[in-house]
Design a protein around this ligand. Structure first.
Ligand SMILES: NC(=O)c1ccc[n+]([C@@H]2O[C@H](COP(=O)([O-])OP(=O)(O)OC[C@H]3O[C@@H](n4cnc5c(N)ncnc54)[C@H](O)[C@@H]3O)[C@@H](O)[C@H]2O)c1
Length: 328
C-alpha cells in the first residue's frame, strides 16, 4: 500500500531536479501526478516539452499514472489550468507542490528590473497562481495538501536579493494560507530544499568543484547525500494523511537531514509609558534590544548543525537534535 494511494497531485517544475524526485516518489506511493514543467533554461529562457515528457514516461514505465503539463506558473490562467487538468482527468486535486524555479543572481546594485520581475514572477507569483486555483477546489473538498519550496537564501543570501525576497515571500504566503485554510482541513507547509541540481551548478562553489574534478556537482550526485531526490520523502510525508496535523511549518532538507525551523518569536522588548524619544532610544538600545545582535544566517544556515554536540542516537543509524533552547 502506498502512502498516497488514490490521491491526485500537481507538481510544478517537475521535469528536473528536486521536482522530478518529488513527482517520481509521489507516483511510487500511489498518487496520480500532473507533471508540470515549462522546460526553460536556468534563467527562464526558452521552453521545451522534453523534461515533463521524460518524467511522465518514467512514471508510466514503472506502472504509475501521470499527465504532462507544459504551462508556465507565471501565467495566472496557466497556473489555474494545471490544477484543473488534475480535476478534469481524475475528479479532484489533493496535493499541490510548488517547485518551479529560475535564478538571476546579481548584487542589489547591479540588478535590473527584468531580473527582479522574472524571479519574483516564477517563484512568488507562480506559487500564488497554483495555490489560488487549488484553494478553491480544496475548500470545496474539505481537504488538501500544499507544499511550497522556499530556500535558505530567504535567510539573507547577499547576492540573491530577488530570489531571497521571493523565497521569504513564499514563507509569508505559506503561513497566511496555513492559518486561512486550516478550517477546511487543508495544510500548507514550506520546505527549504537542497540538492546538487543544475541550479547549484551555477554557484561559484560548483565551478571550483568542476575546475578541480572535471565534473559538475549534479553529475555525481545520484545516490549520495547531494542527490536532489533526498528531498522527496519529506514532501511525501507532508502530502500524506499522516501529516494532517502538520500545518504552517518550515523545514530545511539537506542530504539525509530534515530540520524543523522555530516559529519566529519575540527575543527582547522595551516598553515606555509614551512615545519614545529617538535620542533616549539610541542611549538605551545597546544594553537592551542591541545585545548580541546576529547577522541573518544566509545560506550558511544549518551547516553548523552537523557538528553540534546534542545529537542523540535513535537507532538504525538515525539521530535527533533538539535546540538547547527547548531543553533548557
Ligand atoms: N537545488 C537546491 O539546492 C535548491 C536550494 C534551495 C531551493 N531550491 C528550490 O527548489 C526548486 C527546484 O530547484 P532545482 O534545483 O530542482 O532546479 P531545476 O532548475 O533543476 O528545476 C526547476 C524546474 O522548474 C522549471 N521551470 C522554470 N520556470 C518555470 C515556469 N515558469 N513554469 C513551470 N516550470 C518552470 C524548469 O524548467 C526546471 O525544470 C526551486 O524552486 C529552487 O528555487 C533548490
Amino acid at each position: 500500500m502506498g502512502m498516497l494511494d488514490g490521491k491526485t497531485a500537481l507538481v510544478t517544475g517537475a521535469g528536473r531536479g528536486i521536482g522530478r524526485g518529488i513527482a517520481l516518489a509521489f507516483a511510487r506511493e500511489g498518487a496520480k501526478v500532473v507533471v508540470n514543467d515549462l522546460g526553460t533554461g536556468i534563467d527562464g529562457a526558452g521552453t521545451t516539452t522534453g523534461p515533463a515528457d521524460d518524467v511522465v514516461a518514467e512514471i508510466r514505465k514503472a506502472g504509475g499514472e501521470a499527465l504532462a503539463n507544459y504551462g508556465s506558473v507565471v501565467d495566472f490562467a496557466q497556473g489555474t489550468a494545471m490544477v484543473e487538468q488534475a480535476v478534469s482527468a481524475w475528479g479532484r486535486i489533493d496535493i499541490v507542490v510548488n517547485v518551479a524555479g529560475n535564478l538571476r543572481d546579481r548584487m542589489l546594485f547591479n540588478m535590473s528590473e527584468d531580473d527582479w520581475d522574472a524571479v519574483i514572477g516564477v517563484h512568488l507569483k507562480g506559487t500564488f497562481n497554483t495555490m489560488r486555483a487549488a484553494s478553491v477546489r480544496m475548500r470545496e473538498q474539505r481537504s488538501g495538501r500544499i507544499v511550497n519550496m522556499s530556500s535558505v537564501s530567504a535567510l539573507g543570501s547577499p547576492g540573491q536579493p530577488n530570489y531571497a525576497a521571493a523565497k521569504a515571500g513564499i514563507i509569508g504566503l505559506t503561513w497566511s494560507s496555513a492559518n486561512a485554510l486550516a478550517r477546511y482541513h487543508v495544510t500548507c507547509n514550506a520546505v527549504m530544499p537542497s540538492g546538487a541540481t543544475r541550479m547549484v551548478d551555477t554557484t561559484p562553489r560548483a565551478r571550483e568543484v568542476y575546475e578541480k574534478t572535471g565534473k559538475w556537482p549534479s553529475e555525481v550526485a545520484v545516490g549520495t547525500d547531494r542527490d536532489p531526490e533526498n528531498v522527496a520523502p519529506l514532501v511525501v510525508f507532508l502530502a500524506s494523511d499522516a501529516a494532517a496535523n502538520v500545518n504552517g511549518q518550515v523545514f530545511h532538507a539537506r542530504g539525509y537531514r530534515y530540520t524543523l525551523l522555530e516559529q519566529p518569536q519575540a527575543a527582547r522588548a522595551i516598553r515606555a509609558g509614551a512615545r519614545w524619544d529617538p535620542k533616549d532610544l539610541a542611549k538605551i538600545f545597546p544594553e537592551t534590544l542591541g545585545v548580541g545582535l546576529d547577522a541573518p544566517p544566509g545560506i550558511g544556515f544549518g551547516t553548523a548543525l552537523e557538528a553540534a554536540p546534542e545529537w542523540k542516537p535513535l537507532g538504525g543509524g538515525r539521530s535527533l537534535w533538539i535546540t538547547p533552547r527547548e531543553t533548557s
